[in-house]
Design a protein around this ligand. Structure first.
Ligand code: EPU
Length: 452
């Protein structure tokens, strides 16, 4: 491609960017294909949707494969970019991974070729820090670039490092790479100062093969922590108490594997469809979910006036009137999940009255607010709270995704709004939602992916 065409393309994109307030760039070495979602909203969603395997369970079970001395099969893996990227990282370390069917992989670990992870892939994923716990746990050494992922302000990993050191590892950080090594990991008692999902998972990964017993106090209780423990126990580990705030891990000599494990359904994907049903005044049955994991979301929907019906492994959400305002504070599980915060903000934007939505996990999760205002939402930020004055209708607009869950919120807003919405930066959405437009289309939505 010549510079002339590149310049012309650059000028066109600049004009387009200014017009639509969308951001991207083109360089001499790469032409960027911009994908967007176009939604014509205002139509109630109706029908059934099937939830896939949980992203946050998959991305801690995948690194746990490094701990296995043999082979195993994983089922119900979601086809999302975070998972596909993780599989590439594991292959680059020397694991043999074969996709047997969509969502099903066969993994053989007969020893790896390196404990150094590449910057290229790790810097794009938050969950790359689980490679530290898994590599250290099995191979006593790990080099992992600082993690990437969604930007919610500062995302420290001091609790992970404190835990590794308590287990007798040495950890250093230089030139953006974390290096951890040990002669022998020795079980101990670790008290987490903050309820951290990632630190709890890393401590489990690092201690499964350690000598002696490790106790994690003030542990996170999210469903995917229980799923990781169940997976590791199926492969030969001895973990008790996952799902409570004290987890006890008795170190074993090896994890023989030789078993099949199916990942739990995605709590946040299910919650996203529940909110979308309510926001569009629809009637949607969310199938293949665990209703218990959705209790905090169902409770708020009911408080607002929607009908939520639990049916075995499904939840039906029905809404035929304007919902009432409600106050919400995000909390660690079993509280209202921070990963449902932006989606809920859309529903509150349409409710009758002023709701207060308080974020207690991340210090900067409000970046979506400016985008949501483009639909006509009335939101004011005060400290860690969004004060949301509900409006009767939202109006379609060109918007950007600012992170994964913010992207889901933009889709819900587009579906609920009158008129047309173009959503840019949808690579964020593809990180965590499988076939998102197809699933919404089956519920009657007018949504298409357009490449430019
Ligand atoms: N924190 C520390 N020090 C640490 C670790 C965490 O101060 O060493 C703080 C964080 O800054 C935050 C709080 O503790 O304020 C909780 O962080 P946590 O460690 O629980 O979050 P995480 O493990 O980095 C995971 C999910 C997030 C989800 C949070 C909370 C992954 C890869 N990420 O992050 O999911 O928001 O738990 O549930 O599993 C998403 O899926 O969209 C997503 C961002």
């Amino acid at each position: 491609m010549s510079w002339g065409i590149l310049n012309q393309l650059q000028r066109q994109k600049e004009k387009f960017r200014k017009k639509n307030n969308a951001g991207y760039a083109v360089t001499r070495s790469e032409i960027i294909i911009v994908e967007k979602l176009r939604i014509t909203g205002g139509k109630p969603l109706k029908g059934e949707v099937t939830i896939c395997g949980a992203k946050n369970a998959a991305i801690c079970i995948l690194p746990a494969l490094l701990l296995i001395d043999g082979s195993c099969r994983i089922e119900n893996l979601p086809n999302i970019s975070d998972v596909n990227r993780y599989i590439e990282v594991l292959k680059s370390l020397g694991l043999k991974i074969t996709e047997e069917r969509p969502g099903e992989i066969y993994v053989e670990n007969h020893g790896i070729t390196t404990t150094k992870c590449s910057f290229e892939t790790c810097s794009k994923m938050r969950a790359s820090y689980y490679l530290l716990g898994a590599l250290l746990g099995r191979y006593k050494s790990a080099e992992v670039p600082l993690p990437g992922g969604c930007n919610f302000g500062s995302r420290p990993i001091d609790q992970h490092i404190k835990g590794f050191e308590a287990l007798n590892a040495q950890v250093t950080l230089a030139q953006g790479v974390i290096k951890a090594s040990t002669k022998k990991l020795i079980g101990t008692s670790i008290y987490l100062d903050i309820v951290s999902v990632g630190a709890t998972i890393n401590m489990i990964l690092a201690s499964v093969l350690a000598e002696g017993t490790t106790t994690i106090e003030n542990a996170a209780k999210e469903p995917h922590i229980v799923d990781l423990a169940n997976f590791l126990n199926t492969m030969g580990a001895n973990i008790k108490g996952a799902g409570t705030d004290t987890i006890k891990i008795v170190g074993v000599k090896s994890l023989p594997g030789n078993a099949t494990y199916s990942i739990i359904p995605d709590q946040i994907e299910a919650g996203t469809f529940m909110i979308a049903a309510a926001a569009t005044g629809g009637d949607v049955t969310v199938k293949n979910c665990i209703p218990k994991h959705l209790d905090s979301i169902s409770a708020k929907l009911v408080e607002m006036g929607a009908t939520v019906q639990e049916m075995g492994d499904a939840v039906r959400v029905k809404c035929d009137k304007r919902l009432k305002k409600v106050n919400i504070k995000t909390m660690p599980y079993p509280g209202f999940p921070t990963d449902m915060h932006p989606q809920m903000a859309v529903l509150l934007s349409l409710a009758n009255g002023m709701s207060i939505l308080t974020e207690s996990i991340w210090d900067n999760r409000f970046q979506y607010v400016e985008e949501l205002k483009k639909f006509g939402a009335q939101i004011r930020i005060e400290g860690r709270s969004a004060l949301i004055e509900g409006v009767k209708n939202l109006t379609g607009s060109p918007v950007n995704c600012t992170d994964l869950r913010a992207g889901a919120a933009m889709i819900i807003a587009g579906l609920a709004a009158r008129g047309t919405t173009d959503i840019y930066r949808i690579e964020y959405v593809d990180r965590g939602y499988e076939n998102v437009e197809e699933k919404f289309r089956k519920l009657g939505a007018k949504i298409e992916r357009i490449s430019e």
